[in-house]
Design a protein around this ligand. Sequence first.
Ligand code: C6P
Length: 405
Amino acid sequence: MALDVAQIRDDFPILKRTVNGKPLVYLDNAATSQKPQQVIDCIVDYYSRYNANIHRGVHTLSQEATEAYESARKKVQAHFNIGHSHEVILTSGTTHGINLVASGFTSIMKQGDEILVSAMEHHSNIVPWQMLCERTGAQMKVIPMLEDGTLDMEAYQALLSQSTKLVFVNHISNALGTINPIAQMIDRAHEYGAAVLVDGAQACSHIKPDLRELDVDFYVTSAHKLCGPTGIGMLYGKEEWLKRLPPYQGGGEMIAEVTFEKTTYADLPHKFEAGTPNIAGGIAFGAALDYLNGIGFEAIAEYEAGLLEYATEELLKIPGLRIYGSSSERTSVISFNLEDIHPYDVGTILDKLGIAVRTGHHCAQPVMDFYRIPGTVRASFAFYNTREEVDKLVEGVKKAQMMLS
Ligand code: C6P
């Protein structure tokens, strides 16, 4: 089914604005997506009609807010095909989810245990595990990547052993757009009894993962990448893992009973949800999923694939332009450089033309080190971008090249 992009764009008020006197061309969707009016309205509605704390009050407002928040959790559960709603932990985002799991593994890991990290991870999926290794004496090994921006699956197989306790990998690389073969990676890790955490921060705006089918142990994502607000996301964990991990933070709502002698903890998911959560954010996360499902992920994927192909073809016509990452399994991200020109300078000129891209290492420094570059210009697409916007990007890059060479 073809997307009616003109109608979709009408849902996004920000796409009507100008930047530096030019119509905004927003191609920084991998950093965060824009928000449709439906999600904005949902936040306004919560604060204007039923703002109250949840799980705490007998009064009507609190009950309405609790119902809306818990109904959002159920939407997340249904969207990702998760067995139980208590396996959905609402976090502040991907970074929070990974830190929660890494912290929980402190009591499980021991000297001599190994954890495998892919070479193309975001810092969020590296640093918390390094901290875990420092705390426990476990050792981190890197699954190398190949020149085309794919993971070296033979090396992965060779790294797996009985000592491997955990594997963590992103579903889609934020720096290259590579879609990693996570189903295969999960199966192989499970043969060795290792658990797998998949970082879905970049994936969930483009594809709809079926977590039950994947049989993944942990999956994390951020709502702000999928048309929802910032400060909210989800951690999926298999029930047996979530029961085994200790609470991450102590505080209100995560307890069963507190005395000065001993505290007992609440059942899942509340054991991992200390303190007043981002209530409006949680409810709007649900609204964002409704919005995206209303459009349909198959239609989104098909449209975005066409946009990526067109943008790749057109950009590669520019002499001296190099794109990093050429996997056939790629989506919505083009990371590139112009010969001898610093990405920051290209980004600055594009901004003058109203075109928003990200420049730099994209919080994935090891990927930049692999290609021996300081960073790239990254154009990242969403289903509300158009071919005309791709044309503007290409013209802008040509202009930057002319001005900077
Ligand atoms: N990447 C980017 O411009 P948070 O900040 O917790 O919502 O997401 C962190 C994160 C983790 N993993 C991947 C693969 C990511 O892409 C991100 C966020 C943004 O690429 C902002 S740094």
